[in-house]
Design a protein around this ligand. Structure first.
Ligand code: NAD
Length: 504
């Protein structure tokens, strides 16, 4: 970050070819501290020409990075991992200052991103191909996987460190080069990460960052040198990115929004279920794609479960994330107001407002973007509270008469990112994991984010494309396969034969 001469506010710059860009931006965006409402920085918005400069740097770097040995790549990855581990607190503080999530939560986010860097350190093992000797007389076959080229990563505001890290360690480990377009709402974490890569010894141009909005995204989607796009964000933009980038001939994984249900069966431990509902509903102010937004209470569990959730909500401390509170502000004033508008909508539509987050008392600046934990009971599927992804601290309870009705509700929902079942009945849990049309399932685990060596991704409108993020699917996404059939000729192989080759 450097000072912007005009108004002395820092300017968050692009990172191109191993250094901050020194060109004066034609357009800038504003970056706020959500806990104070203060404008803290401007962020450069890339023009198509600046995107082209970053892609050129990535293309240039690709020709040598793809040829670097696995030993050389692993060395850089290990160094990056060590630097990131040493700077977790610094990175988390940056995340808190622009996103608003409490510091402990930001540290958790960075740690989960770090896990993917650790996974990518095993790239020599992950890129091993197969070898079959003597598939036909004197003929051997082996397979290998090669990098794609420059790839684009376009990420959302809610995990400014972790979500980009789902992709870039694996993309780089596989021999690709990267242009990251982070969210313009909290862009500084990505530049800090770029500095760590440079310190780790990554050659210039392998990891680039361009900031901006639709203009930058559209140029990345159409640029002929970009071979693949990993996108994470809301469903309408995920669909847009998927359609446009595939039309331009690129490989795409576009992860979209969510509406995650937590099914609570009557036999569950309702104290543990209430703890989980509150943690997963209000952590990060509900701004997680794996947040629980619908508690699906199978009767007769409803009354007791709601009472336990309400009791726990009363104990939550809301305020500035640097002060040891449980829940911070929402990311922008506009988003806060949009989320708050669902409280009026819920009342209009006849849901029962049990806890009103507008009444919360806050340990923080009066100008912060505050909305306290909110609970609606007796929500019905036709209400906007249920239909829309609210992405804030608003938890809905839908009551259903049976397990079958709960599964039907989850399966008929537009999204299929995460879900959880709370029960002590192993048979019911096993049936649920088999029947539910959702990509990530928790059994008595409310936020079932897979570890780095498994893959992250939802079903239905939560993911456009075939391949999930990280794990072996990530390695697959960032590489192309080749199969080589070979023989070493000797005179016995001579002769003319126009028939299709048979294996003898
Ligand atoms: P968003 O869709 O507004 O923005 C995501 C990215 O797209 C940003 O980089 C943004 O600059 C860019 N963008 C925004 N509008 C665009 C447009 N018109 N054209 C092209 N690009 C555009 O999402 P957000 O508000 O930053 O993040 C929250 C959303 O992300 C939620 O819907 C959440 O569920 C989703 N999310 C999903 C996952 C997942 O794994 N499925 C993970 C995290 C977040």
């Amino acid at each position: 970050m450097t000072l912007n001469a005009e108004n002395e506010l820092p300017l968050v710059r692009h990172w191109i070819d191993g250094k901050p860009s020194d060109t004066a931006p034609e357009r800038v965006g504003e970056v706020y501290n959500p806990a104070t409402g203060q404008l803290k920085a401007h962020v450069a918005f890339a023009s198509p020409g600046e995107v082209d400069r970053a892609v050129s740097a990535a293309s240039e770097a690709f020709s040598s990075w793809r040829r670097s040995s696995l030993a050389q790549r692993t060395k850089v990855l290990f160094a990056f991992r060590e630097l990131m581990a040493a700077r977790v607190d610094d990175l988390a503080a940056i995340v808190t200052s622009e996103h608003g999530k409490v510091l402990a939560d930001a540290i958790g986010e960075v740690s989960r991103g770090l896990e993917v860097a650790e996974f990518a350190c095993g790239i020599p093992q992950l890129l091993k191909g197969g070898y079959s000797e003597q598939v036909s007389t004197s003929i051997d076959v082996h397979s290998l996987r090669q990098p794609l080229g420059p790839v684009a990563i376009i990420s959302p505001f809610n995990f400014p460190a972790m979500v980009p890290a789902w992709f870039f360690p694996i993309a780089i480990a596989c021999g690709n080069t990267v242009v990251l377009k982070p969210s313009e709402k909290d862009p500084s974490a990505s530049v800090f990460i770029a500095e760590l890569w440079a310190e780790a010894g990554l050659p210039a141009g392998v990891f680039n960052v361009v900031h901006g909005d639709k203009v930058a995204v559209d140029r990345l989607l159409e640029h002929p040198s970009i071979k693949a796009v990993s996108f994470v964000g809301s469903t309408p933009i995920a669909r847009y990115v998927y359609e446009n980038a595939t039309r331009a001939g690129k490989r795409v994984q576009a992860l979209g929004g969510a509406k995650n249900h937590m099914v609570v069966l009557p036999d569950a431990d309702l104290d543990l279920a209430a703890d989980a509902a509150v943690n997963a509903g209000f952590g990060s102010a509900g701004e997680r794609c794996m947040a629980i937004s619908v508690v699906t209470a199978v009767e007769p569990a409803g009354d007791e479960l709601v009472a336990k959730i309400v009791e726990r909500m009363g104990r939550l401390k809301v305020g500035d994330g640097r002060r040891g509170t449980d829940m911070g502000p929402l990311v922008t004033r506009q988003h806060r107001d949009k989320v708050a508008s669902y409280l009026d909508a819920g009342l209009r539509e006849g849901a029962n407002l049990v806890v009103d987050g507008r009444d919360v008392s806050v340990d923080g600046d009066a100008d912060g973007y505050w909305l306290g934990p909110t609970l609606f009971d007796h929500v019905r599927p036709e209400m906007s509270l249920y239909r829309d992804e609210i992405f804030g601290p608003v938890l809905s309870v839908v009551r259903v008469p049976s397990y079958e009705a709960a599964v039907k509700l989850v399966n008929e929902n537009e999204w299929g990112n995460g879900t959880a079942i709370f029960t002590n009945d192993g048979g019911a849990a096993r049936k649920f994991q088999n029947e539910v049309e959702v990509g990530m399932i928790g059994i008595n685990v409310p936020i079932p984010v897979p570890v780095a060596y498994y893959s992250f991704g939802g079903w239905k409108s939560s993911l456009f494309g075939d391949t999930h993020a990280h794990g072996t699917e990530g390695v697959h996404f960032f590489t192309r396969g080749k199969v080589v059939t070979s023989r070493w000729l000797d005179p016995s192989h001579g002769g003319i034969n126009l028939g299709f080759p048979r294996n003898d």
